[in-house]
Design a binder for this molecule. Structure first.
Ligand code: S3P
Length: 429
């Protein structure tokens, strides 16, 4: 479906953001691994976390939606999963496929994991290799892509695993399989990626000389997962940038997850001189949250380098939009991982920038964007590439034009943010 974006005269309002996607996936999976009931409040209504719920149900986990976004999970414990009679359809969700593969390989319950066209073209070799070393047998298309047929016929081998890429999905996959080992699996992380798995599972951690070692084994009890999921910082980022670049804006974003391994974009925007206030900081379960407000700002350029990329990986498309309005040249490097997301996001951003007449260069691992505080984007017809974050970034950029732009296939925002188009019209009216 096509969505028209009218230039916005003002952007004012209080946005009830969707629940955090990464935490929603984990809360449900870990509640299933816990022996006993968990009640999860503010569970995401987006498509991806619901793919996780559907897969867990097929593994014999009782899940009831109690109220719009309160779910009750009857945890079966790590050895309680049933052999699914159908494929586990992970939809568009990389997190579902990669984390669940760890649980399936660990539990030894044979299963076949499938995904949509986009997910079936994303590399799974990064998880196939370590899980195979741990004793799983995985059949995959071209030894790399879904569908994945997973089973395990021998006891699980604990793994010593220095992470070859800064990926929270890979880290979590190996740690989840490790939960089934008699001896600890040890994951070594040098570039920090989001830490929800180790935090919510309360896994043992050692930190020394910038190196983090995370352990998992049968010894680790999986805690009950009864808490309120914070609102999604990655969704907040679209409005933080919209508020910053628009000359007449004041946007309030309550109860946003502020886990420091997720808020790289907040620090980047603050370094770009964006006026953001944080109030009412506190914890919801093991995760920190706070209320954010953003106001129209005069943006400075920024250089985003490899070591901060994992903490703003999902926000780079919308940060690129912010860079267009900064006073000078901004740069993103060390971000090749973006080429392996729901679409090749570096190419998709470049197409958007091209469409609005921006001055930029695309590199193998990033972008260089020449900004101008007075930049007026040309009206454009943007392709979404069926990628929620690309569609939402294009929509925010369209607000800054002087005539109507269009986002093609904009319904894909429902993957992480089902209320996005309603919130956009609320803010502009
Ligand atoms: C996620 C981790 C990130 C992120 C994705 C969600 C997670 O991927 O891009 O949207 O929930 O673990 P990688 O850490 O694998 O890059």
């Amino acid at each position: 479906m096509n969505y028209d974006i009218q230039p916005a005269d003002t952007l004012h309002g209080n946005v009830q953001l969707p629940a955090d996607k990464s935490i929603s996936h984990r809360s449900a999976m870990f509640a299933a691994l816990h022996e006993g009931q968990s009640i999860i409040k503010n569970f995401s209504e987006a498509a991806d976390p619901h793919s996780t719920l559907d897969c867990l149900r097929k593994l014999g986990v009782g899940i009831q939606i109690k109220d719009k976004n309160i779910i009750q999970v009857e945890g079966v414990g790590r050895d309680g999963f049933l052999h699914p009679s159908e494929d586990l359809d992970c939809g568009n969700s990389g997190t579902t496929m990669r984390l669940l593969s760890g649980i399936i390989a660990g539990s030894g319950v044979p299963a076949r994991l499938t995904g949509d066209e986009s997910l079936s073209s994303r590399t799974m070799k990064r998880i196939i290799d370590p899980l195979t070393e741990m004793g799983a047998v995985i059949e995959a298309r071209d030894n790399d892509f879904a569908p994945l047929n997973i089973r395990r016929d021998i006891p699980l081998n604990p793994l010593y695993f220095p992470l070859p890429i800064a990926s929270a999905q890979l880290k979590s996959c190996v740690l989840l399989a490790g939960l089934y080992g008699e001896k600890p699996t040890k994951v070594i992380e040098t570039l920090p990626s989001r830490d929800h798995t180790e935090r919510l599972l309360n896994l043992p951690i050692e930190e020394e000389n910038g190196e983090k070692r995370i352990f998992s084994s049968r010894e680790d009890e999986v805690p009950e997962q009864s808490y309120r999921v914070p609102n999604d910082f990655s969704a907040a980022a679209f409005w933080l940038v919209a508020g910053a670049i628009h000359p007449d804006a004041e946007i309030v974003l309550p109860k946003v997850g502020l886990n420091p391994t997720r808020t790289g974009a907040l620090e980047i925007l603050q370094q770009m001189n964006v006026d953001i206030k944080i109030n009412n900081r506190h914890f919801e379960g093991p995760e920190p949250i706070g209320d954010l407000s953003v106001y129209s700002s005069t943006l400075q350029p920024i250089n985003i380098t490899e070591e901060v990329v994992p903490n703003c990986i999902d926000e780079i498309p919308i940060l690129s939009v912010a860079m267009l309005f900064a006073d000078g040249l901004s740069k993103i490097s060390g971000a090749e991982e973006l080429r392996h997301k729901e679409t090749d996001r570096l190419t998709a951003i470049a197409e958007i920038l091209e469409g609005v007449g921006a001055d930029f260069k695309e590199y193998k691992d990033g972008l260089e964007i020449k900004g101008d505080p007075d930049f007026i984007p040309d009206a454009a017809t943007f392709q979404s590439y069926h990628d929620h974050r690309i569609a939402m970034s294009a929509a925010v950029l369209g607000l800054m034009g002087t005539s109507t732009s269009t986002v093609e296939g904009g319904e894909c925002t429902a993957i992480s943010y089902p209320g996005f188009w309603d919130d956009l019209s609320m803010l502009t009216n």
